[in-house]
Design a protein around this ligand. Sequence first.
Ligand SMILES: [Zn+2]
Length: 181
Amino acid sequence: MNCPYCGYYDSKVVDSRDVNNGIRRRRQCLRCNSRFTTYERPQSASLFVIKKDERREQFDRNKLLTGIHKACEKRPLPTGTVDKLADDIEAELYRLGKVEILGAIIGDMVMERLKSLDYIAYIRFASVYREFTDITALKQAVDTLVSSEAEIPSPTSQLPLLPSEQLGGTVRRQGRVRKRK
Ligand SMILES: [Zn+2]
């Protein structure tokens, strides 16, 4: 596996973990130090995407990554966010265990995640993917986003909350109520 950035033939593995029925490896190029991800999977896990015109195309992680990258360009997202998002989606796709999947479903999965990550990236992605042809369609999407904002956790408030029953139990056992900040 050559480095996708500089083409060098050698890299070291910096992290490796089991994902579904394969292994995901984070590698670092020994020449330019760029990091990239490789997956090793049995051939049977190959996945085909059904396009709008019914054509089948082998699932291509790089294509997915490029689309998300474009949407997130120059947005203040931590390094690695885009890769992680693509990883999550790919893992979920393989978890579904299907041979074919509608491209639209993948698009929806990306939108769902971008929505809770960054509104601008979400709108950008939507405008390409939903093929907004005029300003009305764009405005509609933004309006929907604004009106649903109350339900969307902002990126800073996305720490996992304790399930309420667990919280209740803790409070009872301790006999006092803890103020949660
Ligand atoms: Zn390199």
